[in-house]
Design a protein around this ligand. Structure first.
Ligand code: HEM
Ligand code: FES
Length: 346
């Protein structure tokens, strides 16, 4: 995992994911360009490319943004999350084609430098209806470039997961900039209604799914806990946890994943060391808790990645009294071994 900064090896699932992205993107481009050529025979090839790549990139951005909340709402969507970074980089490449063609088409034919022209050709910053919307696209593309350039695990390791995550939350800033880019852009065109309606549906989907996922997480986090004894809190019945799976808990600000396996129960911190993936949504494979996002693994009794990997998460003391599970929410330092609670034949 930390070795050579290559946590996720190239495998069949990743290849399938990438081929699916490439296949669907090609189908979209062919259909979109074909329809444009038939419906608008006067439109130039450059304009068709600008429109096809812009709408494809924006569509891909919507998919990227809804994958997270969909996975919170149902584990069936987890396979979409597995290689989301490649989807992001592909989206940046498609958006770059749109940006480059737009600069060439609209700003490279005069005697002003194309980038200067981008910022000065429409001096309507004080009027929304004349606002130079292309500058918003430029800044969105700049942020997307930074995200794509740092998407490799080398940067995750060097920037630290916290800084890396903060940088990659920039995708929401990008979304805001692009919504304004499209809205202000279409305000200045005749095709406004179609674009505005489609944009409205996209925004409703993104915002609605984020809200739904937040409500579900909030309900899970605020489940009433049982009684407390000697620092342990009664959290659930052992039958509420499926074999080789986990139940997640939020106690005293601790995000805990409680795993049941081989007649035992162990508790570790729910956040994966890689990119804070939800370990409690993963399962135990070959005796290791396996992160659902990219497959980092941890031993349930000590929260350590099996050798030669070195990642460690916090662990928690657990005990079972009859069929009830009790957890001490005081975290032990990452990698601390804990004696698993035995289920005594339940
Ligand atoms: C340097 C950066 C960019 C420039 C100069 C630029 C320029 C333009 C221009 C000139 C249009 C109107 C095209 C037309 O008249 O048909 C447009 C529309 C659009 N742009 Fe951008 N853009 C940039 C970045 C982006 C990025 C990063 C996205 C990301 C998805 C994007 C998405 C869109 C969308 C969805 C539309 C509306 C559909 C269309 O009419 O093509 N743009 N942009
Ligand atoms: S493996 Fe990537 S977040 Fe866990």
């Amino acid at each position: 995992m930390a070795l050579n900064y290559l946590p996720v090896s190239w495998n069949g699932q990743k290849k399938l994911y990438d081929w699916t992205i490439a296949g669907l993107a090609t189908v979209y481009l062919v259909i979109f360009c074909g329809l444009q050529a038939v419906l608008f025979p006067d439109v130039t090839a450059e304009t068709i490319i600008i429109r096809a790549t812009s709408t494809l990139a924006f569509l891909m951005l919507h998919v990227i943004l809804i994958i997270g909340p969909l996975c919170r709402l149902s584990t069936r969507f987890l396979p979409l999350l597995y290689n989301r970074r490649h989807l992001g980089v592909s989206m940046f490449l498609v958006a770059s084609v749109h940006g480059i063609f737009s600069v060439i088409q609209f700003h490279s034919r005069g005697n002003v430098d194309p980038l200067v022209s981008l910022f000065t050709s429409e001096p309507g910053y004080e009027h929304l209806s004349q606002f130079p919307f292309q500058t918003l696209g430029f800044f969105a593309l700049l942020i997307l470039f930074l995200m794509a350039a740092t998407s490799h695990d080398f940067w995750l390791k060097n920037l630290s997961p916290r800084v890396w995550k903060t940088l990659h939350m920039g995708v929401y800033v990008v979304y805001g900039l692009l919504v304004m880019h499209v809205l202000l852009g279409v305000l200045q065109q005749e095709t406004a209604t179609v674009y505005t309606v489609v944009l409205g549906i996209g925004m409703a989907l993104v915002i609605g799914l984020h809200l739904a996922a937040a409500i579900v997480s909030q309900r899970t986090d605020s489940r009433p806990l049982g009684q407390a004894m000697d620092g342990f809190v009664e959290v659930c019945d052992v039958h509420e946890i499926a074999e080789n799976r986990a139940k997640t808990l939020m106690i005293n600000g601790q995000n805990i994943a409680l795993f049941r396996y081989d007649g035992k129960v162990s508790a570790i911190n729910n956040q994966c060391r890689h990119q804070n993936g939800p370990l409690g949504e993963g399962k135990i494979i070959d005796g290791c808790i396996t992160c659902p996002w990219h497959g980092y693994q941890y031993l349930p009794h000590n929260g350590q990645s099996p050798p030669p990997f070195t990642e460690k998460v916090e662990t928690y003391a657990v005990k079972c009294i009859s069929t009830r599970v009790w957890v001490d929410p005081t975290p032990a330092p990452p990698g601390t071994p804990q004696t698993p609670a035995l289920l005594n034949g339940q």
